[in-house]
Design a protein around this ligand. Structure first.
Ligand SMILES: NC(=O)c1ccc[n+]([C@@H]2O[C@H](COP(=O)([O-])OP(=O)(O)OC[C@H]3O[C@@H](n4cnc5c(N)ncnc54)[C@H](OP(=O)(O)O)[C@@H]3O)[C@@H](O)[C@H]2O)c1
Length: 306
């Protein structure tokens, strides 16, 4: 958990990084990045995390490709964020995440979340052992069953690893609204700490049942695809962020508005936007501070993307 000193350093470091990247002159991560509790333990997690699908899938030996990712990681940690979401099926992204964390000496400052997608007891166990190697760690904070792949078998493996202390939390994921009912059924039958699913201004199905269910049952929620894999930005291209949003929500970018839209749901623990761009990382971190939208403000954000 970041100390007050970390946060003060973060403010300075982010301002420095921002200056390097000629970001907003007024950038100030003056407020602390907000945190929310994992219901099953009470441990608090910063509400902005980092996805790695595609964006971190580079050759770890390619210095030029790794350089901006190192900056992303630096901004992420110095800004007080912790949760990194990866998967063995994201090409080299899992190994790149492990390398950036290990070489930066950051293991104690991050919360590593990965996934298992193999079938069968042996397949699942082998894939997970490979994740420990790729992430260069002896303990993984969260392993999630990826897209509900062989859920019963994989959750069995994860429960055993949790009992051994090699994995701290377990969960399940999906990224399609068509799978939300199946996710709900699993959550009703299997005790898990976390669930991860898609939720954004353009995909609001989770509001109907999943988010209320998770809030009621005490399941931590990770939200993927808050930008609909980046597609939502095309809808506001060339348009300024509305003045009301700048004034009332302290939002200086559309990305911040999209993240605040998601974070307005108290059931959401952490949103995990992906980026390979240090400027975007700073931008996304800013969504984790200041006021969150109320019901009316959320509808105004959604309308801007309708
Ligand atoms: N089944 C699953 O478990 C599952 C499925 C989908 C996703 N996920 C997880 O969720 C994460 C997020 O989902 P996603 O990667 O599909 O999509 P996303 O986070 O909705 O969008 C990522 C895209 O948004 C762009 N972006 C990020 N920050 C920005 C900013 N401030 N301004 C403008 N553009 C910005 C990125 O651009 P750049 O590339 O230029 O940085 C990237 O192309 C994944 O990386 C993965 O970890 C899990």
């Amino acid at each position: 958990m970041p100390t007050r000193r970390d946060l003060l350093q973060a403010t300075g470091a982010l301002a420095g990084l921002a200056a390097c990247h000629a970001l907003w002159p007024s950038l100030a991560l003056a407020a602390e990045l907000a945190q929310r509790p994992i219901p099953s333990s009470g441990e608090r997690l910063p509400i902005i995390g980092l996805g790695t699908s595609q964006t971190f899938n580079v050759n770890p030996a390619d210095g030029a490709a790794m350089a901006p990712l190192r900056e992303v990681m630096q901004a992420f940690v110095q800004g007080g964020a912790r949760l990194i979401d990866t998967a063995p099926s994201y090409g080299d992204a899992e190994a790149v995440s492990g390398e950036l964390v290990h070489s930066g000496g950051l293991r104690d400052r991050v919360f590593l979340a990965t996934k298992v997608s193999a079938s069968g007891q042996l397949g699942g166990m082998q894939q997970i052992e490979q994740s420990f190697k790729a992430l260069q760690t002896e303990r993984i904070d969260l392993i999630q069953v990826h897209n509900l792949a062989d859920t019963t078998t994989n959750l069995g493996i994860l429960r055993a690893l949790k009992a051994q202390g090699r994995v701290r939390y377990i969960g399940v994921t999906h990224y399609l609204e068509s799978a939300h009912e199946r996710l709900l059924q699993v959550l009703q039958q299997e005790p898990v700490d976390f669930v991860q699913f898609n939720y954004s201004v353009s995909e609001r199905n989770a509001e109907k049942r999943l988010l209320p269910f998770c809030a009621d049952k005490g399941i931590a929620v990770l939200v993927n695809r808050a930008f609909d894999a980046g597609r939502l930005f095309a809808q506001v291209k060339g348009k300024p962020v509305p003045e009301w949003a700048q004034n009332e929500l302290q939002a200086s970018s559309w990305a911040q508005l999209l993240l605040k839209f998601v974070l307005a749901s108290p059931a959401v623990t952490t949103v995990i936007p992906a980026t390979s761009n240090p400027r975007y990382m700073l931008d996304n971190l800013l969504a984790g501070q200041g006021p969150m939208p109320d019901a009316g403000q959320r509808e105004r954000i959604a309308q801007a993307f309708a």
